[in-house]
Design a protein around this ligand. Structure first.
Ligand SMILES: NC(=O)C1=CN([C@@H]2O[C@H](COP(=O)(O)OP(=O)(O)OC[C@H]3O[C@@H](n4cnc5c(N)ncnc54)[C@H](O)[C@@H]3O)[C@@H](O)[C@H]2O)C=CC1
Ligand SMILES: O=C(CO)COP(=O)(O)O
Length: 316
């Protein structure tokens, strides 16, 4: 194929394996790395034009520093598909990759992408976001197919935070369904969850509109409504009386929302951002409240206007 690229995918978990298949069906030369193999052979023998990381958050910094020890062509594009935040530094995965490779373009890939559905060849859409438009377009071509529609976006922070923050709301949605609180409650939770995501995102430099797109609202709807979501499963099973350790041990893969929730609480405290839903999820994960008490605490907060910053001319 004339536009065929050499693509190295780091992380042979559920998402890395699925993304490798998507790139391969377009005729790209794809090399999937799992941590059981030496990385050296794959990076040195294949001269990658694109390196995509689908490593879970806890491994991103270590893997980025291993990759740093190999010579790469200056135009090699890094793509990050991880949805998490680093404890203590509060860095996003793309910030870690960009700091490790300051002269390389970094692209964020995120959207409503439950990997099991994509692996079954069901249709899906995603977003590739970067400050470097050419890099985003190259990645768009690598993954676009009749089953996977890829949009570009110039707001990598917003796209990355959408995919990351919705995981916490998905835990709350699982709790809501596990307690059988009904459709009204779920709609209220997801909508107020989106408000919370926008509030944090704006504070961290994201563009508000991005949260109303595929990587924000889109991913929120997918993850809050599907038992395939590991984050949703965490909430659902906690609501059914299981212990967190027990739930995490039985999950197929990583539920990033558990750690993300802790990091978000640090960010919210430092920056005085009100995030009541995240706070209740945090207390529940820490064993400080039961699901029913968390619900009451949310419902009985001080009553207030719906929007923080309604346009002045529209106010009473
Ligand atoms: N599965 C899905 O539907 C989707 C997952 N994601 C995100 O992609 C990331 C990975 O998710 P999954 O593939 O589902 O998880 P997974 O648990 O199936 O795979 C995680 C991968 O990371 C690797 N890894 C973890 N720590 C490592 C370390 N210290 N060094 C080297 N490798 C390490 C594991 O070996 C494994 O290959 C997560 O951040 C997740 O939120 C994003 C979109 C969809
Ligand atoms: O991010 C995802 C779908 O877009 C996957 O969700 P989970 O990590 O909750 O399974």
């Amino acid at each position: 194929m004339p536009n065929s690229k050499s693509v190295v995918i780091l992380g042979a978990g559920a998402w890395g394996t699925t993304l490798a298949k998507l790139a391969a069906i377009n005729g790209n030369q794809v090399h999937l790395w799992s941590r059981q193999e030496p990385l050296e052979k794959i990076l040195e023998n294949n001269n990658p034009q694109i390196i995509l990381s689908a490593i879970s958050m806890k491994g991103v910094r270590d893997v980025a520093s291993i990759v740093q020890s190999f010579p790469l062509a200056p135009q090699t594009i890094f793509v990050t598909a991880t949805k998490g935040l680093e404890p203590h530094t509060t860095y996003t995965p793309s910030q870690i990759w960009q700091a490790a490779f300051p002269n390389h373009p970094v692209v964020v890939l995120s959207g409503p992408n439950l990997s099991q559905e994509i692996a079954q060849d069901l249709p899906s859409a995603t977003v590739v976001a970067s400050k470097n438009a050419n890099a985003a377009q190259s990645v768009q071509l690598v993954f676009s197919s009749h089953r996977f529609r890829v949009y570009t976006n110039p707001d990598p922070v917003g796209v990355e935070l959408g995919g990351t923050l919705k995981n916490v709301i998905a835990i709350a949605a699982g709790i809501c369904d596990g307690l059988h609180l009904g459709t009204n409650a779920k709609a209220a939770l997801v909508t107020r969850g989106l408000t919370e995501m926008v509030r944090i995102g704006k504070n961290l430099g994201a563009i508000t509109e991005t949260f109303y797109g595929l990587s924000g609202l889109g991913d929120l709807l997918a993850t809050c409504n599907s038992p395939l979501s590991r984050n949703y499963q965490v909430g659902y099973q906690l609501a059914n009386g299981k212990m967190l350790e027990e739930v995490l041990a039985s999950l197929p893969g990583t539920a990033e929302g558990v750690n993300t929730c802790r990091v978000l609480m640090e960010i919210a405290k430092q920056r005085s951002i009100p995030i009541p839903i995240t706070e209740q999820v945090y207390q529940l994960l820490a064993g400080q409240v039961t699901p029913r008490v968390a619900l009451d605490k949310l419902m009985l907060r001080n009553i207030k206007p719906e929007f923080d910053d309604f346009p002045r001319e529209q106010m009473w």
